[in-house]
Design a protein around this ligand. Structure first.
Ligand code: ADP
Length: 421
C-alpha cells in the first residue's frame, strides 16, 4: 500500500465529510458523494442505488452525470446482482474479474455501453436498516480494489444514508403539505359554495316570513317569530363559516383606515341593546379621554367586539351586568367586556379560543353557538398585531380584553401587556 497516497485520500475524505453539513440539499449532496467516491477509489464511476418498496430490486438514485438518464430507468434485481448481494448480506462485495462473474447484472452494461470489469459494492444502512448500496465500478489501471477503498466507500455510504433519508423525509413532508393544502382548498370551495347556495333560499324564507309577520294574527305571529329567530340563527352560522373561511384565504389583507374604537364599540353596544333588554341584562359602556383611534380594519374590529359582547350577554343570567370599556393604555387602546355571568373554569380558559371549542358539551348545552366566535375574534385582533386575553372566575363572571397597538412601533416600545388593575 502506498501510505502517502492513502494519507492524502484520507485527508480528502475528512475534508469532504466536514464540508457536507454546509450543503443543505440532499440530492446534490448525494451526487457530490458519488463523484468523490469515484475520485477517492480511483474508479470509472460510482453510483448510489436505493431499495424499492417491494424490496425485490434496487433503483439508481444518483449516477454519473454522463449516464444519469439511462441509469435512473434501471432496476437491479437484488437476488441477481453484486449490488443486491451487498444489500442482502450487509457486507461489502468485491469482484475483481467481472467479465465471467454470474453476479454481474448484464442489463446495466448493455444499457450503458460500459462493460463492468470490476466492482466494489458496499451496503448503505440507516439506523441498522439496509436502504441501498453504493457501488464503485471499474477500478482504473486494471488494479484490484483494496481494503482502503472499502473503508473509503463505507465512510461515504454512511453519509449517503443520511442524505437519502433526509431527502425522503423532505419529500414526504412536502407531499403531506401539498395534500393538506389540497384538502384546505376543497374545504374552502365547499364552504364558499355552501354559504352561497344557502344564503339565497334563506333570504327568501326570511323575506316571506317577515312579510307574513306584518299581517299575521297573534297565534300565527308567535309561530312566525320562532321561524324568523331560527332562520336568523341559521344566517349567523353561515356568516360565521364564511368569515372563518375568508380569514383563512385572505390572511392578513387588512383594509386599514383610522378607526375610533370608542365610536365603533358604541355602535356595537347600541345594536345589542334589544338583546340585552330581552335577556334582562344591563349593558353599558364607558370610555376615558385620550387617543382611542388606531389604524385598523373597521369590519374585522367590529366583528371581534361584537363576538365578545354577544358572548357576555349569552352567558350572563337575567339581572346581570355587562360593561364595555374603551381606554387608552401606553401603546395600546384597550377594549374590555366584563360580565357578571357564569364564568369559565381555569382549565378551559386557553381552550375557548380554539375553533369549535365550547365549554359545555354539545348534547347538554343550553347556549347556542358553534364555538367559532372567540377564535374569529382572536384572528381579527391578532392580524392587527393585537392580543386578546381572558380573566374569569366561575360563578362570578368574565372579562375579555382586547389590546390593539396604537401603532406598531409604539406597541413594540411598550413591550408589555396591560390589563385592568
Ligand atoms: P360560541 O359561539 O359557541 O359561543 P365562542 O368561541 O364564542 O363560541 O366561545 C367558546 C366558548 O367559550 C363558549 O361556548 C362558552 O363555553 C365560553 N365562553 C365564551 N365567552 C364566555 C363568557 N363571557 N362567559 C362564559 N363563557 C364564555
Amino acid at each position: 500500500m502506498d501510505t502517502s497516497d492513502y494519507t492524502r485520500r484520507l485527508v480528502r475524505l475528512v475534508e469532504v465529510c466536514r464540508s457536507l453539513s454546509a450543503n443543505l440539499e440532499p440530492q446534490p449532496l448525494l451526487q457530490y458523494l458519488i463523484e468523490v467516491g469515484a475520485e477517492l477509489t480511483a474508479c470509472e464511476y460510482c453510483a448510489f442505488l436505493a431499495v424499492e418498496p417491494d424490496a425485490g430490486s434496487l433503483r439508481f438514485i444518483s449516477a454519473p452525470w454522463f449516464k444519469q438518464n439511462e441509469m435512473r430507468r434501471i432496476c437491479l434485481p437484488v437476488h441477481e446482482s453484486a449490488a443486491g448481494q451487498a444489500f442482502l448480506s450487509g457486507s461489502p462485495v468485491v469482484i475483481h474479474d467481472a467479465a465471467s462473474d454470474s453476479r454481474i447484472y448484464r442489463v446495466v452494461d448493455a444499457e450503458l455501453g460500459i462493460p463492468t470489469r470490476s466492482i466494489l459494492a458496499v451496503p448503505v444502512a440507516f439506523r441498522g436498516q439496509p436502504i441501498g448500496v453504493l457501488i464503485a465500478v471499474n477500478k482504473l489501471g486494471g488494479q484490484d480494489y483494496l481494503e482502503e477503498d472499502i473503508f473509503i466507500l463505507e465512510t461515504l455510504a454512511a453519509q449517503a444514508a443520511m442524505a437519502y433519508q433526509t431527502d425522503l423525509h423532505v419529500r414526504k413532508s412536502r407531499e403531506a403539505y401539498e395534500r393538506v393544502l389540497e384538502m384546505d382548498r376543497t374545504k374552502s370551495d365547499l364552504v364558499a359554495m355552501l354559504s352561497h347556495e344557502l344564503r339565497t333560499p334563506l333570504g327568501v324564507v326570511l323575506g316571506h316570513a317577515l312579510m307574513l309577520q306584518e299581517t299575521a294574527d297573534p297565534d300565527s305571529r308567535r309561530t312566525l317569530d320562532t321561524m324568523i329567530d331560527s332562520a336568523n340563527r341559521l344566517k349567523e352560522i353561515i356568516e360565521e363559516f364564511a368569515t372563518i373561511d375568508q380569514l383563512d384565504v385572505i390572511g392578513s389583507n387588512l383594509h386599514l383606515t383610522s378607526v375610533a374604537l370608542d365610536r365603533l364599540a358604541w355602535q356595537v353596544v347600541e345594536s345589542f341593546q334589544p338583546l340585552a333588554h330581552s335577556r334582562g341584562v344591563i349593558l353599558e359602556m364607558f370610555t376615558t379621554k385620550g387617543s382611542l383611534v388606531i389604524q385598523g380594519d373597521r369590519g374585522r374590529l367590529q366583528v371581534a367586539i361584537r363576538n365578545l359582547i354577544k358572548n357576555a350577554l349569552m352567558f350572563t343570567n337575567s339581572s346581570g351586568r355587562v360593561v364595555v370599556r374603551v381606554e387608552e393604555v401606553p401603546g395600546y387602546v384597550r377594549v374590555s367586556v366584563t360580565d357578571t355571568g357564569i364564568g369559565i373554569p381555569p382549565a378551559e380558559q386557553e381552550k375557548i379560543f380554539q375553533r369549535f371549542y365550547q365549554v359545555e358539551k354539545h348534547l347538554t348545552r343550553r347556549h347556542g353557538g358553534m364555538g367559532l366566535g372567540l377564535s374569529i375574534a382572536r384572528d381579527m385582533v391578532e392580524c392587527h398585531g393585537g392580543k386578546i386575553l381572558v380573566e374569569s372566575v366561575e360563578g362570578r363572571g368574565s372579562r375579555f380584553t382586547i389590546l390593539l397597538p396604537q401603532n406598531q412601533a409604539q406597541a413594540a416600545a411598550a413591550g408589555k401587556v396591560f390589563t385592568e388593575d
